[in-house]
Design a protein around this ligand. Structure first.
Ligand SMILES: Cc1cc2nc3c(=O)[nH]c(=O)nc-3n(C[C@H](O)[C@H](O)[C@H](O)COP(=O)(O)OP(=O)(O)OC[C@H]3O[C@@H](n4cnc5c(N)ncnc54)[C@H](O)[C@@H]3O)c2cc1C
Ligand code: SF4
Length: 650
């Protein structure tokens, strides 16, 4: 993407206002952030969004735009730093949601890259020294060679098989393993690349860039919720945090009431058992990191629920080697689909294609008969099959179905995100929150606020990117101080089971556009969860507590302010788009199973109502939010539906 001189000037000035550099650290433009940022924009598959960025940068450094932002009649790039900050804050606090969205996109873009990009030639970034961050672990030289040999495509190709599975994550990987075990000839198409133990070094920049959807930069259309999803062989299971909850009984009953009785029967129960067995789910790898000792202390002091986390690991180190799970496990301990179902499928002869993007499902006579795809190198791949499994994740699957001509009005609707926010505690003690077991404990104290709806409290290893994402920016200096406190910061994640939903629409270019707004009902629960998380941190002895709002909402227990004031400040800032930061790690429900085409996109076997022999086997299939981290539920649905499909084809 080529920028004019005026656009460059604007971008550099914006980046340097967010991150001017302190304590010997370079400014954002000295660290090369504008170039990296624009490279990331250029990789956005939606051309309309690229154009929006270019237009904003064209206008940014004009006198009119600065005046609109309260900066007087000078150009933004000519203003002193404090006045540039005022202009940015006018966007942050604007009554117009589009301006708040633009601010959030710029804030995240500039600051994330500032704290993630390594130094010259991949060396240690000087920025990490200023915040006391250990940085990446480096590669594991003793890692074994890759176990899967991917099917190479070096020209336009046609393949024949029984079932073509699109996507290799929790759903697709499991479906492939089950179908192959039944003796079927399976082809897996995966848009991302294959990375394994020897490729992982714990670096954030490469980790997001290589293995996450849109390099980790996906968000809802108004930036209200950041969307994190894996995009590599294994999908989310390669980068996720190994938390492995079975679908709770109350959720199984609720799903059965949507017209899928199997959820409440032994049929689904057997699939849950089979998945947990294959993934080695256990509660014996739960050594608490320093940040989890803090969480435990707070929960115990309050007398609240706390339990050890079930995890899909074998031989997990749980020590200094850990905490970098989100960028792949260097030790091969995480039981991703690459290590389990895909390995089984590969051993049974399944052909696995990576860097191959499915464009549409081929429909003939009302039935799925194959897939048209294209490799990253531009080669066409046509797969002819007796059935197709769509498992691209709950953002991409509805877009694929629409591109393939399916019309059911529920495709894309009922999207659930488990929006999560973070409440931060700063402690006297050093906790090095990026280290140790990913998630060893959790609390369900407020899981049942209203029927099955409420929040879970979980923590996770925190690297600079998560602190940047979930912290306010009010000035370059204040933000730098917040980042310097990273080694002493403990996050309590508030994970909401959302009752209201959003929607995945499909743009004219065939790409998904995600719309989502937190309902008033869900805001009530998020609010109570925020208060609960602050209570936990206060009980654990935090010196300072702050939220993920766009204004600084904070207090110092026993010294300055109170929790009541904290909550009043949070309410005054607001809970909607651009006022409070939310992230989604759990994307579900956008092509849901159900008892009728009026209510759902797929029938009780996961087959689309519109097209025979086309099955949805991923997070899209959930009738409602799972209320627990969804991997095991997704794999179990895929296991159940793929088992029935295999029986019908053999
Ligand atoms: C950072 C992170 C941490 C998480 N931690 C946990 C956890 O600890 N426990 C838990 O239960 N859940 C966790 N989750 C969520 C869980 O990993 C996901 O819900 C799950 O992986 C989703 O499964 P899926 O099959 O729906 O899609 P995915 O696993 O996302 O797989 C979809 C795959 O399809 C590919 N694809 C997309 N479009 C196409 C196309 N057109 N053609 C070909 N391929 C395509 C993608 O590249 C991707 O690899 C986490 C998620 C993230 C991002
Ligand atoms: S916690 Fe560490 S060893 Fe365990 S799965 Fe994650 S990265 Fe691997």
């Amino acid at each position: 993407m080529e920028l004019s001189r005026r656009q460059w000037r604007a971008l550099e000035a914006i980046c340097d206002t967010f991150a001017p550099g302190a304590n010997g650290a370079p400014s954002a433009s000295q660290a090369g952030v504008p170039q990296v940022l624009i490279d990331a924009v250029a990789r956005n598959p939606r051309e309309a969004e690229q154009k929006q960025v270019a237009q904003l940068l064209s206008l940014w450094d004009t006198r009119v735009l600065t005046a609109l932002g309260g900066g007087g009649f000078d150009r933004f790039s000519e203003l002193p730093p404090e006045r540039r900050e005022q202009v940015l804050l006018s966007w942050c606090d604007s009554r117009l949601s589009q301006r708040r969205a633009a601010f959030q996109a710029l804030r995240k873009g500039a600051l994330l890259f500032y704290y993630m990009v390594p130094g010259e030639n991949g060396s240690r970034s000087p920025v990490w020294d200023t915040i006391g961050y250990a940085g990446p672990l480096g590669k594991n030289e003793n890692a074994p060679p890759k176990a899967i040999e991917v099917h190479d495509v070096s020209g336009d190709t046609t393949l024949e098989c029984d079932v073509c599975v699109i996507g290799s994550g929790a759903g697709g990987g499991t479906a492939a393993g089950v179908l192959a075990a039944a003796g079927l000839d399976v082809v897996v198409l995966e848009a991302g690349d294959y990375y394994d133990d020897a490729d992982f070094d714990g670096g954030e920049f490469e980790g997001y860039g290589r293995m996450y959807m849109y390099g980790g930069g996906a968000a809802t259309h108004d930036q209200s919720v950041g969307l994190l999803a894996g995009s590599c062989l294994g999908g989310g299971t390669t980068v996720n945090y190994t938390t492995s909850f079975r679908t709770p009984d109350d959720v199984r009953e609720e799903w059965a009431s949507h017209g899928v009785p199997a959820f409440a029967t032994d049929e689904y129960g057997a699939s849950l058992d089979a998945v947990c067995e294959r993934l080695g789910v256990n509660q014996e790898h739960n050594r608490e990191s320093m940040r989890e000792q803090v969480l435990h202390r707070g929960l115990s002091d309050l007398g609240w629920h706390v339990d050890s986390m079930p995890r899909n690991v074998r031989g997990c180190d749980q020590g200094e080697n850990c905490g970098y799970c989100g960028y792949g496990c260097r030790l091969g301990a995480k039981q991703s689909t690459v290590k389990t179902w895909l390995a089984d499928a590969h051993a049974a002869g399944t052909r696995i294609l990576v860097k191959t993007h499915a464009e549409k499902v081929l429909v003939d006579g009302g039935a799925a008969r194959g897939v048209d795809a294209r490799t990253a190198a531009g080669h066409r791949v046509r797969v002819r099959a007796r059935a197709v499994v769509a498992a691209c994740g709950a953002i991409q699957t509805p877009a694929l179905l629409r591109r393939s001509g399916l019309k059911n009005e529920n495709i894309g609707r009922h999207l659930r995100l488990h929006p999560a926010t973070v409440i931060w505690g700063v402690f006297d003690e050093e906790v090095r929150p990026w280290e140790g077991t990913m998630q060893a404990i959790y609390s369900d104290e407020h899981r049942f606020m209203d029927g099955g709806y409420g929040v879970k409290y979980e923590t996770a290893a925190i690297h600079p990117s998560l602190l940047v994402t979930f912290s306010p920016w009010r000035s370059g200096r204040e933000h730098a101080r917040m980042m310097e406190a990273l080694p002493h910061s403990v996050p309590v994640g508030v994970l909401l089971r959302d009752r209201g939903g959003g929607e995945v629409r499909t743009g004219r270019d065939g790409n998904p556009v995600v719309k989502y707004r937190l309902s008033d009902y869900d805001v009530g629960h998020m609010r109570k969860g925020t208060d609960g998380a602050a209570q936990i941190l206060e009980a654990a002895g935090a010196q300072k507590i702050f939220s993920s709002h766009s204004r600084t909402v904070s207090y110092e227990p026993g010294r300055n302010g109170s929790r009541d004031q904290f909550m009043r400040d949070a309410d005054a800032c607001g809970w909607d788009a651009g006022h409070c930061t939310y992230g989604s790690f759990h994307i579900m429900g956008s092509a849901r199973m159900g008892g009728s085409p009026a209510m759902s996109a797929c029938n009780p076997k996961g087959e689309t109502w519109d097209v025979r022999d086309l099955y949805v086997c991923d997070g899209s299939a959930f009738p409602t939010a799972s209320g627990v981290n969804p991997m095991i539920s997704i794999e179990s649905i895929a296991h159940m539906n793929a088992s029935a499909l295999a029986a019908s084809l053999t």
